[in-house]
Design a binder for this molecule. Structure first.
Ligand SMILES: [Zn+2]
Length: 72
C-alpha cells in the first residue's frame, strides 16, 4: 500500500523543511515528470520558490503511518 502524505521540500534560502500542502503518494509522485516544478509560497522565508518534484519527498500523514492507539 502506497504511503500518502504532503509533499515536502527544502527551502533554498533557509535550508528548512517546508510543507507544500500538496497531498500525494509514492505512485502519484512517480506519475509526475521529475523535471516538473511547482510554485510554493515558502512558510520559512515567505518567498515564492520554483521547486522541482524530484527534489521533494513525502511526509507520511498520521493515518498512513498507523499511530499506536493507547487504550483506556
Ligand atoms: Zn524559502
Amino acid at each position: 500500500m502506497a504511503i500518502s502524505g504532503n509533499l515536502m521540500f527544502r527551502c533554498p534560502v533557509t535550508g528548512r523543511e517546508i510543507n507544500s500542502g500538496f497531498n500525494t503518494d509514492q505512485d502519484g509522485l512517480r506519475g509526475i515528470p521529475p523535471m516538473q516544478s511547482m510554485h510554493v509560497r515558502c512558510p520559512a522565508c515567505w518567498k515564492l520558490h520554483d521547486l522541482k518534484f524530484s527534489a521533494g519527498w513525502i511526509l507520511p500523514n498520521a493515518a498512513s503511518v498507523g499511530k499506536r492507539v493507547i487504550a483506556g
